[in-house]
Design a protein around this ligand. Sequence first.
Ligand code: AMP
Ligand code: MG
Length: 495
Amino acid sequence: MTSTDAPPTVLAVPLQHRFADELPELALPWQAEAAPEPRLLVLTEDLATELGLDPEELRSDAGLGLLTGTALPPTAQPVAQGYAGHQFGGYSPLLGDGRALLLGELVDTDARLRDLHLKGSGRTPFSRGADGRAAVGPMLREHVISEAMHALGIPTTRALAVVATGRRVQRETVLPGALLARVASSHLRVGSFQYARALAHQAGDLALLRRLADHAIARHHPEAAATGSPYVALLDGVIAVQARLVASWMHVGFVHGVMNTDNMTISGETIDYGPCAFLDAHDPAAVFSSIDHGGRYAFGNQPAVATWNLARLAEAMLPLLDEDEEGAVSVAQESLGRFRDLYADAWTEGMRAKLGLPGGLDRAVLTPLLAELEALMSSGRVDHTSFFRSLARLVRGDAEPARGVVLDLPAFDAWSERWLATGPDADAMDRANPVYVPRNHLVEEALTAATDGDLTAYQRLLEAVRAPYDERPGLERYALPAPADFGAYTTYCGT
Ligand code: AMP
Ligand code: MG
């Protein structure tokens, strides 16, 4: 027997290194740390197939080598990405992947370029004293919530797999370690532009910033290249996708929790699921993150924060927008000024669908209906998700589920009479309003069991949220609000 008979230990995955080649200043060559006892906890098979990867191969030892970054094809050039960012409004000039690596890009079966990235792969030069690791609970949390977002039709990074490393990770207690393999249309962030701008400033030339913008245009906003001002068109493109993204969060009651500029993408995908949560009680002031004392990232503040972050992007791009600084500022202001209407249009359109109303409905009828509904939902602190389903039941003649939870019944009855007069379609509502979202109490229950080694509840939750609009027997408790004794919910970052 010759050595060529030995089983392959590395998957021959055609990983590209376009980011590393085109933007070496933002790409630090780095390796993942060893995983002593890798064990696959969950694999997103449809995503694997989409990437042209074989799920069975990913389950093999060689597959685990790829998913932990410890056995890569010889042509791969894994890098830690550099970026800066405003965190809670304060500027950090150097953040970067402190516990993550970009393994490279793959061309998927639809010919789209996708990043394959690891989170929890060990320390890097960007770790700033932290351990570079991640725990099973938070990585499964990102997996289930991003899968739910994807199933809801909301642009998001996706989780290909979670692999337990066999390491213990020190947090408040000792926890089992894990690593998330994440797929994104790219990992370009607002913070990537802030970092490139600072480097360009130091170098005294704009080449890097321009190269980053060209890379972003090619990957995300190719239509910008054909315009007279590609960089202005890029900024406009990012503003447009972010307006739509944040509107879609508001529709489903999603609170990102840490909308720092390093956690906002150029692609318009939701990224970095840390202290995020879905609303139970509808409340614009809802905050779940343990460190968000001022409510900067509260549910109702998200559109305003998105605008603020986009202004930081425009600032970073300023020298690309116009040669004259004053001219550039006015171009940026004009672009940023469009966010408000783009957001309002996207939000209104989504709410129209949630209320089952026809496409051409007069704004003069729709706008006050939506404003009053918002007030009724907030004052009654109604359960965000189930309330919209109960409105569809009202259309079908069963008013009790909705009437039973609002506080101001006369106001609600007056509102619903006007709404019903516009002819809502209950079946269309059921296609726009999810029954199942990853509710906080269910996520916690599933993660606690998973951390103790039992993935049954996790798999069941995943099954529920992967088909969020189809009500199914046996999943009744997944449709219910948190029990009263669940109490105030707190989530944590960087775990
Ligand atoms: P986040 O806001 O959680 O997306 O992360 C903010 C920054 O902290 C990023 O630069 C991360 O790479 C870094 N970071 C978070 N957790 C860790 C960790 N355990 N070890 C090293 N860096 C970390
Ligand atoms: Mg982040």
